[in-house]
Every structure is written in C-alpha cells, then in structure tokens.
Design a protein around this ligand. Structure first.
Ligand SMILES: Nc1ncnc2c1ncn2[C@@H]1O[C@H](COP(=O)(O)OP(=O)(O)OP(=O)(O)O)[C@@H](O)[C@H]1O
Length: 241
C-alpha cells in the first residue's frame, strides 16, 4: 500500500471519490459540483457552518443516496448503476464504506442488544457464529473504552456518548475500506474524545480512509491530513494541517 501522502502518485484509485457531484432537495441546492478523493489511510476533515452541505456530502460519499449529477466512485468503480431505469447501489463489497451518523441511535437497532447491532456488519460479509460475534463485540467495545459494558445491554440503557462509541465500534467492526463520520465526537466528553482519536489514527494507519465532519476545527487540524472548509454547498481549498 502507498503511504498516505503518496497514494495518488502510485496510481492507486482513491478509496472513495466524488466527481462533480451536485444534490438538491426541492428548491434547496445542498451540494454544488463538488470533487473530493480520499486515499488509503488518509484522514480528511470537513468543517463549515450549519446547512453548508457537509452531511449531504457524507451521504453521497457513503453511497447512502445518489447524486443528481456527477459520479460517486468506490475503489475506482461507479457506486451506482442504472438498471431497468432505476439507479441501484453497487459497492465493491458489503461494508466497504461505513457511516457513523450524527445521531448514534440511527446506527443501532433499538430492538437488539448491542452485541448484535455491533457485529451485524460482520455477519453480512461472512458466516460467523453467535459465540464468535459476542467475542468480537467484546473486543470492539474494549477498543472504544467500553470494555465494562454488558454485551446484552439495550441502546435505551446507554447514554448518548456510550451509544456513539458503540456506533463507532460497529462502523469499524467489519474492517471497512472507508469510514465517513458525521460529528462523531460531538456527544462525547473531552476525556472520551482523547481516547477515541488515537483509535481513528490506528484505523487510518491500517489503511482505512476516514472522512470526518466536525464543527471542532482544532480537533480536525490535530487529527487530519487535510481539512476542507465547506460553505453554501461548495467545498473549499484544503487547509494543510
Ligand atoms: N433530506 C432533506 N430534505 C430537505 N432538505 C435537506 C435535506 N437534507 C439536507 N437538506 C438541506 O440541504 C442543506 C444542506 O444540509 P446538510 O445537512 O448537508 O448541511 P450540514 O452542513 O451538514 O449542516 P449541519 O452542520 O447543521 O448538520 C440545508 O439547507 C438543508 O436544510
């Protein structure tokens, strides 16, 4: 694998890329002709005021929704194909790009104990027994500083900060090629953030591409290889960190 500084020079395709993407909701243009490419092991930050299009860009990067115009590429291949007149999502593999949402409850099924939600991305990629899933869940919880949490706890029994850490652990469980995270640390206290940031760095060092949206520019500058400011649906020139 190329170093995180030089993946493009090695001719590797970006892990995730958007080319000239635009997205509008009714009369609101949320994203305008935006380009962004993120390579293996890169940590890219997106900052900007509320309503500037950051979450929309993340949803497009994660291929959660298609752009109106432009292209989303995952591993160099189009993330959306047109079949029978409809656009269908076509990631290189299940769990290739994993989102972490601003509201952690969106990532967790309220009817399931946390071990089940946490390991579900793994269970869709390969056969894995219940015992293996519980062991993996314990390891993943340990990695986000929640080693003492009962595996059978329900999301409703957790604080929002604990839920966010479970959501982060879930996103990382299936060794994704990319993680896109919307305000992943906003629900966490300062000490917990200090524990989570090295985890992001370790994941990136293993080759995962990370895109992080945050209002906390200091955190982004400390953690990211580059930070792009967003304003009115446009991504600005990168600020080198
Ligand atoms: N599903 C939607 N339906 C209608 N309008 C939407 C939708 N999603 C986003 N928008 C609009 O698109 C624009 C960009 O929204 P977006 O959530 O991407 O901004 P943001 O920078 O992430 O904001 P915040 O920091 O508050 O989360 C806003 O004007 C918003 O109201």
């Amino acid at each position: 694998m190329a170093s995180r500084a030089g993946w493009w020079a090695m001719g590797e395709p970006p892990v995730i890329e958007v080319v000239g993407v635009s997205r509008r909701y009714a009369a609101t243009p949320a994203l305008l002709e935006t380009d962004l490419a993120v390579g293996p092991g890169e940590i890219v930050g997106i900052s900007g005021p509320s309503g500037s299009g950051k979450s929309t860009l993340l949803r497009l990067l994660a291929a959660i929704e298609p752009p109106d115009t432009g292209e989303v590429l995952l591993g160099g291949a189009p993330a959306w194909i047109r079949r029978y007149g409809r656009r269908r999502r076509r990631p290189p593999r299940p769990g290739y790009v994993m989102p972490v949402f601003q509201n952690p409850f969106s990532s967790l099924d309220v009817r399931w104990p946390i071990w089940r939600s946490l390991t579900e991305p793994v269970a869709v990629t390969r056969r894995v027994s219940r015992a293996e899933r519980r062991t993996l869940a314990g390891e993943r919880l340990e990695a986000v500083g929640l080693g003492g949490l009962p595996l059978d706890a329900m999301p409703s029994e957790l604080s929002i900060g604990q839920c966010q850490r479970v959501a982060i652990a879930r996103a990382l469980a299936a060794a994704p090629a990319a993680v896109v995270a919307d305000e992943p640390t906003s629900a966490l206290d300062v000490t917990t953030v200090a524990g989570i940031l090295p985890l992001f760095q370790r994941v990136a060092a293993d080759g995962t591409a990370l895109v992080l949206v945050s209002h906390d520019e200091n955190m982004l500058r400390a953690l990211c290889d580059r930070v792009h400011p967003m304003a009115a649906g446009r991504l600005g020139e990168m600020l080198v960190c």
